[in-house]
Ligand binder design. Structure first.
Ligand SMILES: [Zn+2]
Length: 373
């Protein structure tokens, strides 16, 4: 179990939390904002451990930390602490009301927030050290859920701490934001991410690539590396550099096939690790998003080459392919391709058939043609 002292690469965020602690005025509600996979959830768990620990230690500098051995620390480690609750939209499946259980959860709705946060927050702490609620993906909180939560955020019952984890705090209602202490998490240092990937046995060229593509998100880098996506990305980038100007239907099929396989793998992984349901459709959109991100990086890289900024290249491990693409298009065409790729990503979220999207992606990448799908 990690302590706040062990969190690496987030000195500002941890420093902010520490200042609160040392001043003895720990806020009751936090908003941990930042990109995915940079340690927001790990830090929330470390903070929870400190708050709930039954015999916290104080070091020479006056910093406290969870002991790691008391009953509370032990239960937290076993994911079985009665006063610690992770709140996420899939909890709807465990709701008392069958109608809620049967609903497809697009957002983090009022039913989940009432049953798994507001109601239990009002009950007394089992171990007597207060309660901690960590809300994952708070960006998805519905307006109704946020309004229902306002009073609890404003004046939580004694000993209750609520941590909202989100990507973009500006997506939340100003009333929600203003009731929380904002703690910003930035990208992790590249070297740190590369080092961690190396510890996992990822080869150095591949590690550099993921650290660079995910822009310092260790969580995402690990996930993509573990998904075995690297070989696929090599094949895709090579394919792009050889794409005939008229497009290639086979290549579009390859892209669709790989994203589908990735989505399958993610559905299985989520089932095993988080005991949650991930719909295939959502997994396909996520996998497609990752694939489009890899593709877009190729054209951004080509643009960097065209403007003499080679050091910014993400696909540095396939420089030849990147240069071939840079030599084929004018910078304005590369910019056009990038623009189109981001449009395709938005289309995927609007339930457009992935096959149509991939067909168009390939035509765009082959010819820099503007399409109106
Ligand atoms: Zn402890």
């Amino acid at each position: 179990m990690l302590n706040l002292n062990d969190i690496i690469g987030q000195d500002e965020a941890v420093g902010r939390l520490r200042t609160n602690f040392s001043a003895g005025r720990v806020p009751h509600a936090f908003l941990f904002a930042g990109p995915e996979g940079v340690g927001r959830r790990t830090t929330a768990a470390a903070l929870a451990a400190e708050l709930l620990c039954e015999s916290p230690r104080t070091d020479l500098t006056g910093q406290t930390s969870a002991c790691g051995t008391c009953e509370s620390c032990r239960m937290l480690r076993a994911d079985a602490h009665p006063d610690f609750q992770l709140v996420y939209k899939e909890l709807a499946r465990f709701h008392d009301d069958a109608a809620v259980r049967g609903r497809v959860m697009q957002d983090l709705g009022i039913d989940v927030i009432r049953s798994f946060l507001i109601a239990p927050a009002g009950r007394s702490s089992t171990r007597g050290r207060g309660k901690v609620f960590v809300v994952l993906e708070s960006d998805l909180l519905s307006i109704a859920a946020q309004n229902a939560l306002l009073k609890t955020l404003e004046e939580p019952p004694a000993g209750v701490t609520i941590i909202l984890i989100c990507r973009r705090p500006e997506q939340l209602l100003p009333t929600t934001r203003s009731r929380c202490s904002l703690v910003r998490f930035g990208p992790l240092p590249r070297d740190f991410v590369t080092g961690k990937l190396a510890e996992e046995g990822v080869a150095s060229g591949e590690a550099e690539f993921w650290a660079s593509l995910t822009d310092g998100s260790l969580g995402r880098a690990l996930k993509l590396a573990r998904a075995g996506l690297y070989e696929i990305k090599r094949e895709v980038v090579d394919g792009l550099s050889r794409l005939p100007a008229g497009g290639d239907a086979k290549f579009a099929e390859t892209l669709a096939k790989h994203t589908d396989a990735l989505a399958e793998a993610e559905v299985k992984l989520v089932k095993k690790e988080e005991d949650a349901n991930l719909s295939k459709a959502l997994a396909v959109r996520r996998a497609s998003g990752a694939m489009l991100e890899i593709l877009a990086a190729v054209y951004r890289d080509a643009l960097s080459c065209a403007t003499g900024a080679e050091q910014a290249v993400v696909h540095a491990d396939q420089m030849q392919a990147v240069q071939a693409i840079a030599g084929r298009f004018e910078p304005v065409e590369l910019a056009e391709i990038l623009e189109q790729l981001s449009r395709y990503e938005r289309l995927l979220w609007r339930n457009v058939n992935p096959k149509i999207v991939w067909d168009n992606v390939v035509i765009t990448c082959a010819s820099a043609t503007t399409l109106n799908v």
